[in-house]
Ligand binder design. Structure first.
Ligand code: WTA
Length: 651
């Protein structure tokens, strides 16, 4: 590669060097002082005052963190309101005409809400919810697509102190019923339907089904008429428009919530196991996401910002709604899919809105790569200042593609590691200070700490793989952890580590610079000739090969064809042949060692993925082992499972 800092362009091999933040970026960054790490370390937990200072408190807190053991009462004694922080305070500061939400539909219809517009509608809907009987601490479930009424309803709930429980609109009636029940929620706001790739999807009938399946009564249901196709409305108690116009001009005083009061509930999207209910509290959560929006995403008041996450997931809660609005930025909401009507949709959104900061997921970046660099090249992306990624490990080649073809080598990339449970970002580089390493998330953020441990809870040496544990409480920690429940993902919390810690369920390693590479979920570890290898290690080696876009590996028990099978998608113009198979297999052997033998390489147009875009290796394992697979309704692309089955049979 000509710039001398990428890997060898022929083979894709070689270590990436560190890439310093572009000077033009560093000069204007929100955080520029390298001493922040030492300062936060020396003054912990009081350092978090800096995060608390990014939001307004109606009653100041007495102490940042009174105890160093549970219960962790972050910002004890403080009271605040999240909707006040996202709306009123910006209006009071004179920004009423600044755009808060710029919404664009799949067909290019737009709606623009200034902070004043948003304030008005949030107040009206808050008044309407109250009139429906919603009281403080009642849980309101929001089952809605990416339409402005969703953040409006979230902020309306926050205003009256009613925790919201957003359920991703792509989930089934059963999933909604489970989440209504788990949240003990009697109120539901939903929508008649929405368009996806030009097809209408009727949400209300799913909501009705869920209602029938829920043992307790849903006392109220509010319907947003988004499709406006009356024949699908059926009987509903209230429509959103009716309620808002009945309460036109209403003002609702923001309810004072204590720092520890619940702001919202959300269920994890996990690739395995049952969804888990997570409760986030008002003070610590809002401080955490607002501070990280500034420090990591570098968001400033008035910036235009696009995050492609769906609000149904935690990334959308924290970094489409609460973080950017608390900062006073303009958050661009896009209802559609990135390749409809054309594969340049995201780039055209960035160009038209002159987006400053763009935050997306590795799975999207790999899809962009697959479609080709000509799509971003058709657009002027020079407004971009910073790029971010979240949700999965990003392989160096995808990182490099993002850096070159989207950022024009002028934008730092923040690879942010965090989870539904952490509420906000935990591991990432500070973009104005830290050098970047493609494929490596970075150090724990100032004020947080992490360790990589083995099965007996001992820290492993640098560069060895182990379990990622967080060893210091953080403000955005969820309610269960605050109360000291040992609580981790998927059966890992039984490992004892000295001192307080939270098991993330991820595998990782740390290098000499303290940078953490996240290897993926622990349950995605496979056994190869008696060695335990992270699927991500092998997959990362596969996607290093020129032409490969995405890969998933699984282990197969079957004696005849057993071993490690790789499922691989290639760039659009390529077709998989023996030569490609051999190139992939030999590259993996070179990168990882002779034990890493691929026993089969299967080319496929796509991989089975969860609705939030994570690869579901479980289905591939079922296919490879010739087993029956269960419910595919949790998949975003269930059709691929059948297709893969026939590809595997034909092979
Ligand atoms: C994975 C999404 C590597 C990880 C905010 C984590 C990542 C899970 C990264 C949480 C990253 C998230 N690098 N892996 N930068 N970010 N993950 O709850 O396995 O939907 O545990 O929250 O995604 O997914 P969740």
């Amino acid at each position: 590669m000509s710039n001398g800092r990428g890997p060898d362009s022929e083979t894709g091999l070689g270590e990436y060097e560190k890439i310093d933040p572009p000077t033009s970026f560093a000069e204007q960054a929100t955080v520029t002082d390298e001493s922040i790490y030492d300062e936060f370390n020396d003054t912990w937990p009081d350092c978090w005052e800096r995060a608390a200072a990014t939001i307004d408190w109606s009653e100041p807190y007495e102490c940042v963190l009174p105890n160093d053991e549970p219960p962790f009462e972050w910002f004890a004694g403080g009271t605040l309101n999240a909707s006040y922080n996202c709306l009123d305070r910006h209006i009071e500061a004179g920004a009423k005409n600044r755009v808060a939400i710029k919404w664009e539909s799949h067909l290019g219809e737009t709606r623009t809400y200034t902070y004043q517009d948003l304030y008005r509608e949030v107040n009206e809907f808050a008044a309407a919810l109250r009139a429906q009987g919603v009281e403080e601490d009642d849980v309101v479930t929001l089952y809605m697509p990416m339409i402005p009424e969703l953040p409006i309803a979230m902020l309306a709930c926050a205003r009256i102190g009613a925790p919201h429980n957003v359920v991703f609109a792509g989930l089934s009636a059963d999933a909604l019923a489970t989440r209504l029940e788990s949240a003990d929620s009697e109120y539901l706001v939903t929508c008649d339907g929405y368009y996806r790739r030009g097809n209408a999807i009727f949400l209300k009938s799913k909501a009705e089904d869920a209602r029938l399946k829920t043992p307790h009564d849903l006392s109220e249901m509010v319907l947003v008429e988004h499709l406006g196709e009356a024949e699908h409305l059926g009987e509903t108690q209230h429509t959103y428009d009716e309620l808002v116009s009945e309460h036109a001009g209403a003002e609702v005083a923001p309810v004072d919530r204590s720092a520890d009061d619940v702001l919202f509930l959300i269920h994890t999207s996990g690739t395995t196991g049952e969804p888990k209910r997570v409760e986030h509290v008002t003070g610590g959560y809002l401080a955490h996401v607002t501070w990280t929006s500034q420090a990591v995403l570098d968001l400033k008041p008035g910036d235009t910002y696009l995050c492609t996450a769906n609000i149904g997931w935690i990334s959308g809660h924290s970094y489409v709604v609460y973080g950017p609005l608390a900062v006073g930025a303009t958050t661009v909401m896009y209802e559609g899919t990135p390749n409809y009507p054309e594969k340049d949709r995201i780039w055209s959104l960035i160009e038209q809105n002159a987006v400053d900061v763009f935050y997306t997921a590795p799975t999207a970046i790999r899809a962009f790569m697959k479609w080709g660099a000509e799509y971003p090249a058709q657009h002027d992306l020079s407004s971009l200042r910073l790029l971010g990624t979240v949700g999965e490990p990003i392989n160096p080649r995808a990182w490099q593609w993002y850096y070159e073809h989207v950022g024009n080598e002028e934008c730092p990339i923040v690879d942010t590691w965090w989870q539904t449970e952490t509420g906000g970002m935990m591991i990432a580089t500070l973009p104005g200070i830290d050098a970047m390493k493609p494929g490596v998330a970075g150090p724990p953020l100032p004020g947080t700490d992490a360790k990589i441990v083995d099965g007996s809870g001992e820290a492993v040496p640098p560069n060895d793989a182990g379990y990622l544990v967080l060893t210091r409480p953080w403000p955005g920690m969820p309610l269960a952890l605050r109360h000291g429940r040992r609580w981790g993902r998927e059966g890992t919390s039984e490992i004892e580590v000295n001192g307080w810690n939270y098991f993330t369920g991820d595998g990782a390693r740390v290098d000499e610079d303290g940078y953490i590479t996240v290897l993926g979920r622990i349950d995605d570890v496979i056994n190869v000739s008696g060695y335990r290898l992270g699927t991500m290690e092998i997959e990362s080696a596969i996607v290093d090969v020129e032409g490969v876009v995405e890969a998933a590996v699984v282990s197969v028990d079957n004696a005849e064809t057993g071993g490690v099978h790789a499922y691989v998608t290639l760039e659009a113009a390529l077709s998989g042949d023996e030569q490609m198979r051999e190139r992939i297999a030999s590259h993996v052997r070179e990168r990882i060692g002779p034990i890493a033998t691929l026993d089969a390489v299967v080319f496929t147009p796509d991989l089975p993925k969860t609705r939030s875009g994570k690869i579901m290796r479980r289905f591939l394992e079922n296919i490879a082992n010739g087993e029956e697979f269960g419910d595919t309704s949790t998949l975003r692309n269930p059709e691929i499972v059948g297709e893969l089955k026939s590809i595997v049979r034909d092979d």
